[in-house]
Design a protein around this ligand. Structure first.
Ligand SMILES: [Zn+2]
Length: 424
C-alpha cells in the first residue's frame, strides 16, 4: 500500500542549537508512505504520481509525530490533583490510584483512553511507567501493539515506602519484568524499559536485582526518577547513607548508560552531572510537572554544556497536559526564569528528533527521513480564533512555530498518523 501525503513538511536532521541548516522544509511538500515507512520526501511537484492515492493537508504543517519520553500510564485519573508537592502527592493521590490497576479490566480500559489521548495530542511514541502490576504493562503493550504504535514501557518495581496494594517484592519484580521482556521486547514496535520507580521505593535488594535485569537485557531502556524535589533527595540519601549522592545509588547498581532515562534531574551535584555526561545517561525535563508540583527549574543549558543529552516530556499525571506543545510552552517559561532561551526551532526539534536521539532511535522515529516510520502529526496553526488572529501577523516559519508552541494544544492537531495510518 503506497500513498502520498501532501502538506507543508518540516523535519530536523540535526540540532538547531549547534548546527546551522538543521531542518528541511517544503512549502508544498509531500511524503510517500509505503508499508508504514517513509519512502520519499520532497516537493509535491517532484513526487506526485498519476495513480497514487493522495491526502492533501495544506495549509497545515506535517512533522514527525511527537515523542514523550516520560509519562505515567496509570495516572490518567490523577492529573489535576490539588495542593501537594512530590512525596505528599504520591501518597495522597498517586499510590491509591495506581492500586486500582490490580482490578480486573481496569488496565485494558485505561490503556485505550491513554493511547487515544496521546494520539489526539499528536504523540506517536511514549516512554511510559506502568503500575507495579504486571497486567498494567500487559494491557498497555497489547493496546499499543494493536495500533502499531512504538511504545517503550515497563512495569514499575517498588517494594517499600508505599501501600501494600502497589508493592511487589525483589523476586516478583524481577520475575514479572523478565516475563514482560520476553513477551514484548521487540514484538512489533514494542520495547521494554526496566523501571525501578525511584530509590525511595526500592530496597537495596530490589536495586541489586534491577542491576541484574539490566545486565541480562542490555538493549532494554531503563527509566527512573532523579533529584526532582529537595525533600525527596533528603529522604533518599537517608535510606542509602553510603551513597555519595542520589545518582550514586543508581551507579552502584550498574544502571548508568545511554539507555538510562532520568526523569527530572533538577537539583544535581557537579559530580552527578559529570557522571551523567561520562556514562551518556539522559536527563528528562518535565516542565508542566516541575511547575505544578513546585519542584524546581531544570538547567537545560548547564546540562548541555556539560555534555548531558536531555529529553523533554509531559510527566502526566504530575504534569498537567498531554500536549507536547503545552510542554514546550511551559519549558520556554522555565528556561526564561533560568535566563535561557528556547527558540521554536530548538523546541520542535526537541519534541521530535531530539527525543528520538535521547532514546537512540533517531533512525526509526522523530524525523521524516526515508526509512523512518511514517509516524506523523499534522498541525493547524490557526486552530483557534486567537491563534488565527495572531497568525495574521506571523511572517516567518519560526514565528508560526512559536505561535503553536505557546498557544497550541490538541486543538491544533488536525491528524496523527501511526505507521502511515490516520488515527483521528
Ligand atoms: Zn514521573
Amino acid at each position: 500500500m503506497r500513498q502520498l501525503i501532501r502538506g507543508r513538511t518540516l523535519s530536523f536532521h540535526a540540532d538547531p542549537v549547534t548546527t546551522e541548516n538543521a531542518y528541511s522544509y517544503h512549502e508544498d511538500g509531500a511524503i510517500i508512505v509505503s508499508d508504514g515507512l517513509i519512502e520519499a520526501i520532497g516537493d509535491y511537484a517532484d513526487l506526485r504520481q498519476a495513480d497514487m492515492p493522495e491526502i492533501d493537508h495544506r495549509p497545515h504543517l506535517i512533522l514527525p509525530g511527537f515523542i514523550d519520553t516520560h509519562i505515567h500510564f496509570p495516572q490518567v485519573q490523577v492529573v489535576a490533583s490539588w495542593g501537594a508537592q512530590l512525596l505528599d502527592w504520591l501518597n495522597t493521590y498517586t499510590f491509591p490510584e495506581e492500586s486500582r490497576f490490580s482490578q480486573q479490566g481496569h488496565a485494558p480500559e485505561m490503556a485505550e483512553h491513554f493511547l487515544n489521548l496521546l494520539l489526539a495530542h499528536g504523540t506517536t511514541t511514549a516512554v511510559a511507567f506502568c503500575s507495579s502490576h504486571k497486567q498494567s504493562a500487559e494491557a498497555l503493550f497489547s493496546a499499543a501493539h494493536a495500533r502499531n504504535m512504538a511504545m517503550i514501557a515497563g512495569k514499575v518495581m517498588m517494594d517499600r515506602n508505599a501501600p501494600e496494594g502497589v508493592l511487589d517484592t525483589p523476586q516478583s519484580g524481577y520475575d514479572d519484568s523478565k516475563a514482560l521482556i520476553e513477551k514484548w521486547h521487540g514484538t512489533g514496535r514494542q520495547r521494554y524499559a526496566i523501571t525501578p520507580r525511584f530509590a525511595i521505593t526500592s530496597t537495596p535488594q530490589q536495586m541489586a536485582m534491577t542491576g541484574q535485569l539490566v545486565r541480562e537485557h542490555p538493549d532494554c531502556h531503563i527509566q527512573t526518577h532523579l533529584s526532582e524535589n529537595l525533600d525527596e533527595i533528603a529522604f533518599t540519601l537517608s535510606l542509602y547513607p553510603e551513597a555519595r549522592d542520589y545518582l550514586d545509588i543508581y551507579e552502584t547498581y550498574g544502571l548508568l548508560s545511554d539507555k538510562l532515562l532520568l526523569g527530572h534531574s533538577i537539583h544535581l551535584e557537579p559530580r552527578e552531572i559529570a557522571r551523567m555526561a561520562e556514562t551518556g545517561s539522559r536527563a528528562v525535563f518535565c516542565p508542566t510537572s516541575n511547575l505544578f508540583l513546585g519542584s524546581g527549574l531544570f538547567d537545560e543549558a548547564g546540562l548541555r554544556k556539560a555534555g548531558v543529552v536531555s529529553g523533554i516530556a509531559t510527566d502526566i499525571g504530575g504534569g498537567t497536559s498531554y500536549s507536547m506543545l503545552q510542554t514546550l510552552n511551559e519549558g520556554y517559561k522555565i528556561l526564561q526564569l533560568r535566563g535561557q532561551k528556547l527558540h521554536p526551532f530548538a523546541a520542535f526539534h526537541w519534541a521530535t528528533r531530539g527525543n528520538a536521539v535521547a532514546l537512540g532511535m533517531e533512525d526509526q522515529i522523530g524525523t521524516l527521513a526515508p526509512g523512518s516510520a511514517a509516524d506523523l502529526v499534522v498541525l493547524d496553526s490557526r486552530a483557534t480564533p486567537a491563534m488565527a488572529l495572531r497568525m495574521a501577523r506571523a511572517e516567518t516559519l519560526a514565528e508560526e512555530l512559536f505561535v503553536l508552541q505557546i498557544m497550541g494544544d490538541d486543538r491544533s492537531v488536525a491528524q496523527t498518523y501511526v505507521a502511515g495510518q490516520a488515527m483521528l
